[in-house]
Design a protein around this ligand. Structure first.
Ligand SMILES: [Zn+2]
Length: 275
């Protein structure tokens, strides 16, 4: 995320009236401070005041994330790291600015359903009946204890052993990672990038769309987003390769639906909802 992007975002959100010159001067920093003061405390989980130890560039990126959040683009956790969610939110915002579509083609390939367990979970359009309100407390009440440590995709030095999800999917998710470890063993899990966590709960719209994402219910997981980008098909995505078939079978046996199988793109993503 460039300084000029951040200036444009801050201007669009109404906090900045200076030049879009890519140079973070006093007006930019005043706007950054306004963004922080106006930040929705739910999004900024650390709350205020500004973490003292954040670098200048991290503070700038966080201000851009706050602007994206306030304007409804769902940049993910406001942590000052321009990870995939933030980049995708920026793409959505830019696309709307210039009036081009950032739509992701989601035409069905197969529907991604070929295991009876998948029937335990609703169709995407019935998610609110099954999961309750998107963004509600139940959407992060589930805890997944991971069978192996995972790296955070947007901040790789950081590892996690546990993440939050919807209470109704904690059990199948725990099972998926246990069986994945049993099947592949730790060294192959790492070699295949099945240990790179790209996020679960995130209150946002579907990328390039208006309806809520399955992530807004905490009922979807992304893995290894860099090698499985949103718009990549099976010809480019790493997770479309034959070595990953057992992994996807494990996901489906626990009720998950792989996006790659369902609509042929977004191979990082699986969800507990049919399409
Ligand atoms: Zn996803």
């Amino acid at each position: 995320m460039q300084v000029s992007d951040i200036q444009m975002l801050l201007a669009d959100a109404g906090w900045y009236e200076g030049a879009i010159d890519g140079d973070a001067g006093p007006k930019t920093w005043a706007a950054v401070a306004s963004a922080w003061r106006n930040a929705d405390r739910v999004a900024v989980r650390s709350g205020g005041p500004w973490p003292e130890d954040w670098t200048h560039s991290r503070r700038l990126v966080a201000a851009g994330q706050i602007a994206l959040h306030q304007m409804g683009y769902g940049p993910g956790v406001i942590d000052g790291y321009a990870g995939r969610n933030t980049e995708e939110a920026l793409t959505d915002w830019r696309s709307e600015k210039v009036g081009v579509s950032s739509l992701v083609e989601r035409s069905l390939v197969s529907g991604g359903r070929n295991h009876p367990s998948q029937k335990l979970f609703p169709h995407q359009r019935d998610m609110a009946h099954f999961y309750g309100d998107a963004g509600g407390a139940q959407c992060t009440a589930g805890k997944v204890d991971l069978a192996y440590p995972m790296l955070i995709a947007w901040n790789k030095p950081q590892t996690v052993r546990r993440f939050s999800c919807h209470e109704k999917v904690a059990q199948p998710l725990t099972g998926i990672f246990q069986q994945t470890l049993q099947h592949y063993g730790l060294s192959d899990v790492e070699r295949l990038g099945l240990n790179i966590f790209g996020g679960c709960f995130n209150f946002r719209r579907m990328r390039g769309g208006t309806s809520l994402s399955t992530h807004a219910y905490g009922a979807a997981v992304d893995l290894n987003p860099e090698q499985n980008q949103l718009r990549w098909g099976a010809d480019r995505a790493q997770f479309a390769q034959p070595e990953y078939v057992p992994f996807w079978n494990i996901v489906m046996a626990h009720g998950g639906t792989p996006a790659g199988y369902a609509w042929g793109k977004d191979w990082m993503h699986f969800q507990f909802a049919g399409v």
